[in-house]
Design a binder for this molecule. Structure first.
Ligand code: TNX
Length: 531
């Protein structure tokens, strides 16, 4: 009680003191209650990648309300889940029921209509057409992948808050417009390296989510390297029992069971993304060699390797046991991979002679083909005799002529533009800089068709952005290094060259930052972007 009384007295004397020093207050005129000014919603479309053709309408926007429904074609089995994907996105943030129903005929007023059209072959495997008016949204494609990409466009045309995990009140408006869109290149990929540092299934799925948002369609997973083996092989259990227990810099490592891998593949498939598994050979193979030391030509103690050096390890091309081992591994990986491709690495082999290397790649190609897959390898494989179907992936692009001479189209991943593990600037805490610094503009401002002498538009299968794992240990780091460069590269792969412009890109991508924050995606706040 004593304390309370003392406290009260102090306050009262304080008030008296303040009152005594103040000049007399002017009389207060009562004001009518006003609402704070409502910021008008910005209906400028800021779609990344920029659509091939976009025409703004003059009418009112389409507004999603409690009665908005999604109508999908009756009987088109693959359209229903795409409609559900869109409905789930809209339900979370709007709190509206957004029912998905099946119907034929024309779109009812107030609906979002998703339709496959057999006569729209010109839209290709991934193209779509979107027409937004005040009373309807109509999305048409020739194939389901086109509808899926079109849904990503609808998503990006809505306010960023559409990504919110909790219900919010907004004008959920989509601007009136017409879009006719399809990709420049059929291959638009991202590569993730779980060999150096393992990532969980959920983390890989989060990377897939990012690819899907920007209409990329390939996930290349680098599953093995010197520092760790990350995929269960039933006929060779020691690969995971021993080879998975290490990682770069020391630490626990990890691996995917075949069921984990299948979960990743299914998650990607539902987003129209093809998974390309990579089993590195003959180099970058120390994790396997610690479990099978007899597979190397140059024995050394089979201790785990956790350092950064490249090019020193190799399977022995002169031993038949090597090919028995590859056969076992490729057979199982091919069996759990529905996509048509299998990547064998093939890069940076400093410890074999050219003739050993060439012999090895030829035999590996036969084994990959025997299990029904198209072989992909880094550009060094062009030293070998390749089949026209085999695909070379360029990282330095000094073997373009060799690659084109056997008839393959090329995947372009130039380290100077497309390597997401390069530092943005000397100040970037993560990443390497052996190919220089890659700021967002470097990732954006290049033309795949004229990138190297001898290339033309038709030789290019597409582009791929690898994020090597030496310095990247978790999805937060993956996202920081990927965003905004991955969206930039997505636009390089999707949008026709004539439709691309750095100033346009930088102002559009700036508007994606609130979206990334809702999604929990870490990003690099590049000074080149007007955030
Ligand atoms: C080169 S380029 C590699 C990877 C490294 C990367 C680091 C290529 C095909 N291989 O083994 O992780 O540099 O940036």
């Amino acid at each position: 009680m004593k304390y309370v009384r003392f406290h009260t007295i102090t306050i009262i004397s304080g008030l008296l003191l303040v009152g005594a020093c103040r000049p007399a207050a002017p009389p207060v005129t009562p004001q009518p209650a006003t609402k704070p000014a409502v910021k008008p919603i910005d209906l400028t479309p800021r779609v990344v990648p920029q659509p091939a053709s976009l025409t703004r309408g003059t009418g009112a926007p389409f507004v999603i309300t409690a009665t908005t429904g999604i109508v999908v074609d009756a009987g088109a089995g693959q359209v229903q889940p795409i409609g559900e994907t869109l409905a789930m996105l809209l339900r979370k943030s709007t709190s509206f029921p957004v029912l998905v129903s099946q119907a034929g005929g024309t779109a009812a007023p107030g609906t979002i209509r998703l339709r496959l059209a057999n006569d729209r072959q010109s839209l290709g495997e991934e193209g779509y057409e979107l027409t937004v008016a005040s009373d309807s949204v109509v999305l048409v494609a020739y194939r389901p992948a086109g509808l899926f990409h079109g849904v990503q466009t609808i998503r990006q045309l809505l306010p960023s808050a559409i990504e919110s995990e909790i219900g919010l009140e907004r004008d959920w408006a989509i601007p009136a417009l017409t879009i006719a869109d399809q990709p420049r290149f059929p291959w638009r990929g991202g590569m993730i390296d779980v060999g150096r540092h393992f990532l969980t299934v959920r983390e890989v799925q989060q990377f897939i989510d990012l690819l899907a948002l920007y209409k990329m369609n390939v996930l290349h997973i680098h599953l093995t390297d010197d520092q760790g083996w990350r995929i269960q092989i039933n006929s060779r259990p020691r690969l995971t029992a021993v080879g998975s227990l290490s990682q770069m810099g020391g630490g626990p490592g990890g691996f995917f069971t075949q069921q984990d891998y299948t979960d990743i593949v299914r998650y990607a498939q539902a987003r129209y993304i093809t998974v390309v598994p990579e089993i590195e050979m003959p180099g970058h193979s120390w994790a396997a060699l610690t479990t099978y030391p007899e597979l190397t030509c140059k024995p050394r103690p089979p201790d785990p390797y956790t350092g950064p050096d490249l090019g020193w390890s190799a399977l022995c091309p002169d031993k038949e046991v090597t090919y028995a081992y590859i056969d076992d591994v490729i057979k199982e990986v091919a069996a759990i991979t529905p996509g048509p491709y299998l990547h064998i690495g093939g890069d940076e082999v400093a410890s074999l002679s050219d003739s050993q290397y060439v012999k090895f790649i030829g035999r590996a190609q036969d084994i990959v083909n025997k299990y029904g897959k198209v072989m992909i390898g880094w550009e060094e494989i062009t030293k070998a005799k390749l089949k026209p179907a085999t695909i070379a992936q360029m990282w330095k692009s000094d073997s373009v002529t060799a690659a084109l001479s056997y008839g393959s189209k090329l995947i372009l991943s130039p380290a100077t533009h497309a390597y997401l593990d390069m530092q943005y600037t000397p100040e970037t805490e993560l990443g390497l800089h052996w190919s220089g610094y890659v700021e967002v503009r470097d990732a954006y401002d290049w033309n795949p068709a004229t990138f190297a002498p001898g290339l033309t538009e038709s030789n290019v299968l597409g582009i791929e952005a690898p994020i090597w794992g030496e310095t990247v240990r978790n999805i937060g780091a993956v996202n920081y290094m990927s965003v905004p460069r991955l969206p930039a590269l997505a636009e390089v792969g999707w949008t026709p060259q004539a439709g691309r412009d750095w100033d346009s890109f930088r102002s559009r991508i700036a508007a994606h930052a609130p979206r990334w924050r809702y999604l929990g995606v870490n990003y690099y706040p590049s000074p080149q972007i007007p955030w």
